[in-house]
Design a protein around this ligand. Structure first.
Ligand SMILES: [Zn+2]
Length: 120
């Protein structure tokens, strides 16, 4: 097992059940929350946590998030560095693109930073 795989598991140790994953995918219409591409476009998606469990996020449906593999990797890389800065930047991008879904997502993530007092 690679170091990257080990780190990823540490970052997100609490998994959703298969049933939860299906419900979360349905909620996001089998599409990435960021680029809105999905299985129908031939893009692989995965279910992850909005607030990572290592930062206090629960494995509830409400804390579920669907990302494509590309955005999952970008998000993971950002998690290891400075999530809050990345989120604030992506919120600006969302507003600029007038993408309400993206804007809502990043607003929620920023609110969670405040809620859990995470400033990285
Ligand atoms: Zn995506």
């Amino acid at each position: 097992m690679s170091i990257e795989k080990l780190d990823r598991q540490k970052l997100d140790p609490i998994k959703f059940t298969k049933r939860q994953q299906e419900r979360i995918k349905k909620k996001y219409q089998n599409r990435c929350a960021l680029c809105w591409l999905g299985t129908g476009d031939g893009v692989d998606i995965c279910v992850t946590h909005k607030q990572e469990s290592i930062d206090g996020g629960s494995s509830s449906i409400e804390n579920g998030l669907v990302l494509c593999t590309e955005h999952s990797k970008i998000r993971y890389d950002a998690e290891l560095n400075h999530t809050k800065t990345y989120t604030a930047l992506m919120l600006k991008v969302a507003k600029h693109r007038k993408n309400k879904n993206m804007e809502n997502l990043y607003s929620e993530v920023l609110e969670m930073h405040e809620k859990y007092n995470i400033n990285r």
